[in-house]
Write a protein of this length. Structure first.
Length: 113
């Protein structure tokens, strides 16, 4: 399975962006998928996870603002990001599979104040 992240760009604080992660193959059997982000000079941090059953978990910093979802029929995962803050600026990566075996190439999100 290959993952392709897209949807990043420039947004103003308080704005919204929607990231997509398209898989080259079926994601139906992939139990966990998630989004990570890495800001310049910082480690890569987990943002959100979604299970095949739809259970979700979020980092405290994005709870109530970001929503992760997946569409197995379209082999695509999403991250809806609302109420964006400058500290959300980072490269966002999608990942999937046991021990995060599969990774997308990353998409840049820049939030201006």
């Amino acid at each position: 399975v290959q993952l392709q992240a897209s949807g990043g760009g420039l947004a103003q604080a308080g704005g919204s962006l929607r990231l997509s992660c398209a898989a080259s193959g079926s994601i139906f059997s992939i139990t966990y998928m998630g989004w990570y982000r890495q800001a310049p000079g910082k480690q890569r941090d987990l943002v959100a996870i979604i299970s095949s059953g739809g259970s979700t978990s979020y980092a405290d910093s994005v709870k109530g603002r970001f929503t992760i979802s997946r569409d197995n029929a379209k082999n695509t995962m999403y991250l809806q990001m609302n109420s964006l803050k400058p500290e959300d600026t980072a490269v966002y990566y999608c990942a999937a599979g046991g021990e995060w075996h599969y990774w997308g190439q990353g998409t840049q999100v820049t939030v201006s104040s």
